[in-house]
Ligand binder design. Structure first.
Ligand code: ATP
Length: 205
């Protein structure tokens, strides 16, 4: 099984990294792919460039073979859509169950995503509980796919909806950017190598 963790990563922080590692272990995954989006379709433009966000991801995951940075969305022209990303991964891994991880806040907007129903033909959707975020009631489409049987995720390539609590770390990229802009020290919320990169490139000031 392979895990997919997409995001803006502006910048990557320990909330993302801890979640990705924990999910890798909880689902006994081959690896988790961290996939930065080019232009986020569901939010404002990021403040670091795509190359800078990618560079910070590489720095944060150095020597961590469980977490693989996948730049495919940055190489594709235009906006980033999970549908295209999962279609490409499905073609590369025809026999592997794919787990698409989504924070509960992002899942609340899921029905606005491009071809959202078809995403279930390509992957399982695993919603990770996020601090300070309430979940909207599930629609019938979701209820039909809801499972709490982990073995189903292993035995089928796609189609399940699973909710997974993980260690709660109330860290957000928005808060980190705010701290840097306010000249507060963001240390211990994200890796030092990433902080050094931010300082070198004068990001978020
Ligand atoms: P921002 O504050 O700029 O919105 P963010 O910290 O939420 O950024 P994103 O890059 O937007 O980071 O998030 C990527 C994915 O990681 C999303 O699915 C999001 O829900 C999840 N995520 C972000 N922060 C955490 C956290 N602290 N714990 C668990 N999941 C998180």
């Amino acid at each position: 099984m392979l895990g997919i963790f997409g995001g803006t990563f502006d910048p990557i922080h320990y909330g993302h990294l801890r979640a990705a590692l924990e999910l890798k272990e909880l689902f006994e995954l081959d690896h988790v792919r961290l996939i930065p989006c080019a232009q986020p379709v569901h939010r404002n433009l990021p403040m670091a460039t795509a190359d800078q966000r990618l560079e910070m991801l590489y720095l944060a995951t150095e020597n961590q073979t469980d977490l693989i940075v996948d730049a495919q969305e940055l190489k594709r022209a235009g906006g980033s859509y999970s549908f295209h990303t999962l279609t490409a991964l499905r073609a590369n891994y025809p026999d592997m169950p794919l787990l698409l991880f989504i924070g509960s806040d992002a899942f609340n907007d899921f029905t606005t995503w491009f071809r959202w129903q078809e995403l279930f033909d390509l992957a399982h959707i695993v919603v990770i509980t996020r601090p300070n975020s309430e979940l909207n009631p599930l629609n019938d489409f979701f209820k039909m796919r809801l499972t709490n049987d982990k073995s189903l995720l292993k035995n089928q390539l796609a189609g399940g909806l699973f909710f997974q609590p993980i260690t709660q770390l109330a860290i957000s990229a928005t808060a980190i950017r705010g701290m840097i802009a306010a000249q507060q020290n963001p240390r211990f919320l994200l890796p030092d190598v990433v902080i050094n990169y931010i300082n070198q490139h004068q990001l978020y000031f």
